[in-house]
Design a binder for this molecule. Structure first.
Ligand SMILES: Nc1nc2c(ncn2[C@@H]2O[C@H](COP(=O)(O)OP(=O)(O)O)[C@@H](O)[C@H]2O)c(=O)[nH]1
Ligand SMILES: [Mg+2]
Length: 175
């Protein structure tokens, strides 16, 4: 069996924990606590170390999914979690005040993986619904093109297994 480690990163509220909870074959390992800072006004649980889940996609493919903490003060975990990863997915919340700025921030933060190591990368734009019809994949592509050409940008609802599968498959195809 081929085992693949994939990292899910992105800002607080972009859906990393939701994705891993929804798609893991087993109860995920979550390190969620009540926020002690201004994140408390956004949600009542936040990831502090990592989320972990795994899924068997077919007879020969198992994917280990690691979600990073979103808050910058836990960014020391980002590099630790990234070691040995075969793919990176950046999730952004389309309803956030500045989703393009969020994407640029995470592209910069993971620049070594993205530009030097040429690790397979996919962007998942989450929380897409009728409230933000002005968001288009092309806007996000402009940002990724500044770093590396031909990065797939998928509009997703991470609560839907079929959408998460599309994200993961686009990374596996790029290996
Ligand atoms: N409406 C909507 N809500 C979503 C979607 N994805 C995640 N959520 C909700 O957004 C909230 C934040 O997600 P969470 O997984 O905690 O984000 P994290 O900080 O990246 O781990 C949760 O309440 C989810 O149920 C989506 O596509 N649409
Ligand atoms: Mg989380």
């Amino acid at each position: 069996m081929f085992e693949h480690k994939i990292i899910f990163t992105g800002p607080v509220g972009s859906g990393k924990t939701t994705l891993i909870k929804a798609f893991s074959d087993h109860d995920p390992v979550l390190t969620e606590v009540r926020p002690s800072d201004d994140v408390a006004s956004m949600k009542n649980q936040t990831t502090v170390a990592m989320d972990y889940g795994s899924v068997v996609l077919d007879e020969e493919t198992k994917v280990h999914m690691y979600g990073t903490p979103g808050q910058h003060r836990f960014d020391f975990m980002w590099e630790i979690l990234s070691r040995g990863s075969m793919g990176l997915a950046i999730l952004v919340n389309a309803r956030a005040p500045d989703p393009l700025g969020d994407l640029r921030f995470y592209m910069e933060a993971f620049k070594k993986l993205i530009v030097e190591d040429r690790t397979p990368l996919v962007i998942g734009v989450n929380h897409i619904d009728k409230t933000n019809p002005h968001i288009a994949a092309a806007d996000f592509k402009q940002v990724t093109d500044e770093f590396r050409p031909n990065i797939p940008v998928l509009l997703v609802d991470v609560r839907e297994g079929k959408d998460v599968r599309r994200l993961i498959m686009s990374l596996l195809f790029a290996i």
